[in-house]
Design a protein around this ligand. Structure first.
Ligand SMILES: Nc1ncnc2c1ncn2[C@@H]1O[C@H](COP(=O)(O)OP(=O)(O)OP(=O)(O)O)[C@@H](O)[C@H]1O
Length: 259
């Protein structure tokens, strides 16, 4: 399993010749096999952080490093990414989209195609393997996007508001699916969301960001998978909201480890 260690990460962008601070000395640890959720106001730097972890951007100051379960540093290996939009190729079938990044072999040849079928089954899309993206609902398309990421057998899953465009019921269902899949595969996951309830349901640790900085990290010490209606989640959600709103008087906010 892979872990991620971010140290002192800072990043500015020039917007109309004026510097915009996107990240300001971010320290973050994603332990191997865990899910860390990042919440925070729009524009606080969540996606910029994810892009640096993905290697899509180069750090201006600071570092992103990867380590194994033994704590020794190592290369990142395969990374799977899921975005808010499924980004499927409309002219390809669901099966072809899921296998796209994995395979160069003719259809049906080799063990890789078995993996595609297994991944389609894992996300419940076997019956739609020959469908085109236009024939899928939003939730099904997002499951296909998740399958495409999982099919690469990633050691690290980077998810940027993956359920943000879905209706509440579909979103709740897919949260359960993700929790089930992660329980089976223990894939280290960095998960960005605006939805505090989603973060608390899925995460081992919720990280609150504001203005390019990490304000707090709040552990969620409950077993997975979690029932979204579990009353034990409510005080943790309240603690995250309290931290976001900067209400240091909230009793549970004091349990957070402020960095
Ligand atoms: N390529 C870029 N060029 C210029 N400015 C950028 C670029 N990428 C991000 N920014 C700026 O950096 C800041 C952080 O952006 P980022 O997308 O990381 O925020 P976010 O927390 O993910 O927001 P949202 O929740 O709305 O997706 C914003 O002020 C944004 O305008």
């Amino acid at each position: 399993m892979l872990g991620v260690r971010v140290r002192g990460l800072s990043r500015r962008y020039l917007v109309r010749a004026r510097p915009v601070v996107a990240l300001d000395g971010v320290d973050l640890e994603v332990p191997p096999g865990s899910l860390v959720a990042i919440v925070g106001y729009s524009g606080c730097g969540k996606t910029t952080l994810l892009r640096h972890v993905a290697g899509l951007e180069t750090a201006e100051t600071g570092s992103v490093a990867f380590f194994g379960s033994d704590g020794q540093s190592r290369p990142p290996g395969r990374i799977g990414m899921v975005f808010q939009e499924p980004r499927l190729l409309p002219w390809k079938t669901v099966r072809e989209n899921v296998g796209l990044a994995t395979l160069r072999l003719p259809a049906g040849v080799g063990a890789g195609w078995t993996r595609i079928e297994e991944t389609l089954a894992l996300v419940g899309l076997t019956a739609f393997a020959d469908a085109r993206p236009a024939q899928l609902s939003g939730g099904m398309a997002q499951r296909a996007a998740l399958a495409r990421a999982l099919c690469r057998e990633p050691e690290l899953l980077l998810m940027d508001e993956p359920f943000g465009a879905l209706d509440a019921l579909t979103r709740t269902h897919l949260q359960g699916e993700l929790a089930r899949i992660r329980l089976a595969r223990s894939i280290t996951t960095l998960f960005i969301t605006h939805d505090v309830a989603e973060a608390v349901r899925l995460a081992d640790t919720v990280v609150v960001m504001a203005a390019g900085r990490i304000m707090a990290t709040l552990p969620v010490p409950l077993p997975h998978p979690r029932d979204p209606a579990d009353p034990a989640l409510a005080p943790l959600q309240a603690a995250v909201f309290a931290t976001i709103l900067g209400d240091a008087r909230h009793p549970l906010a004091h349990q957070s480890e402020t960095l």
